[in-house]
Write a protein that binds this ligand. Structure first.
Ligand code: AMP
Length: 192
């Protein structure tokens, strides 16, 4: 199994790159943001419980997020590997992921962080808002607050995996295929 975390601030291109990477390396793409948006759309109990956090760009409480993620991962029979996008977002989530993978006889192999600066993030997300329909994409204050949450809580996850020698940074600025090639080179280097 090969398990990859695609990391980076909101709007850094994780979703777009995740689709391309999962195809190339035959991984299951799990995006906690997409899973939550699916629940929101269906107006499920879970969707109703997370709406107020998502609309404001705040993190959904760990016990809800971790339960949903664990259930999703455990639903696959004999997976070749996972690409996680949007999870883990703090150290508690990273520790719980390590435990889950350990119980399944596997581990996180690599975390790739897309490096994109704040101003580029704000302009990309405002542009994405024209088509995404996401409440959290429409308001510049919310976008900046999501970026601050990333800096304050989520970036620690990079250090957590760096200590295990598993975290690498990739320049996230450039054409989609250029960034994709950088990511693939780093994955292939790690695998060889
Ligand atoms: P994303 O699509 O990854 O930007 O996530 C959109 C929103 O979903 C976030 O702003 C959070 O409200 C929620 N969310 C997604 N993943 C997580 C996570 N791992 N922990 C807590 N909240 C999350």
């Amino acid at each position: 199994m090969f398990n990859l975390i695609l990391f980076g601030p909101p709007g850094s291109g994780k979703g777009t790159q995740a689709e391309k990477i999962t195809k190339k390396y035959n991984l299951h793409h799990i995006s906690t943001g997409d899973l939550f948006r699916f629940e929101l759309k269906n107006e499920s109990e879970l969707g109703k419980a997370v709406k107020r956090y998502m609309d404001k760009g705040e993190l959904v409480p760990d016990h809800i997020t971790i339960k949903m993620l664990n259930k999703k991962i455990q639903s696959f029979k004999d997976p070749e590997g996972f690409l996680l996008d949007g999870f883990p977002r703090n150290e508690a989530q990273a520790e719980s992921l390590d435990k889950l993978f350990q119980s399944l006889g596997t581990k996180v192999d690599l975390l790739l962080a897309l490096d994109v600066d704040e101003e580029e993030i704000v302009s990309r997300i405002l542009n994405r808002a024209k088509t995404s329909g996401r409440a959290d994409d429409m308001d510049e204050d919310i976008i900046r607050s999501r970026y601050q949450i990333y800096k304050e809580f989520t970036q620690n996850v990079f250090g957590y995996y760096k200590k295990q020698n598993k975290a690498k940074t990739v320049n996230g600025i450039g054409e989609i295929d250029v960034v994709f090639n950088r990511l693939c080179c780093t994955i292939d280097e790690h695998k060889s």
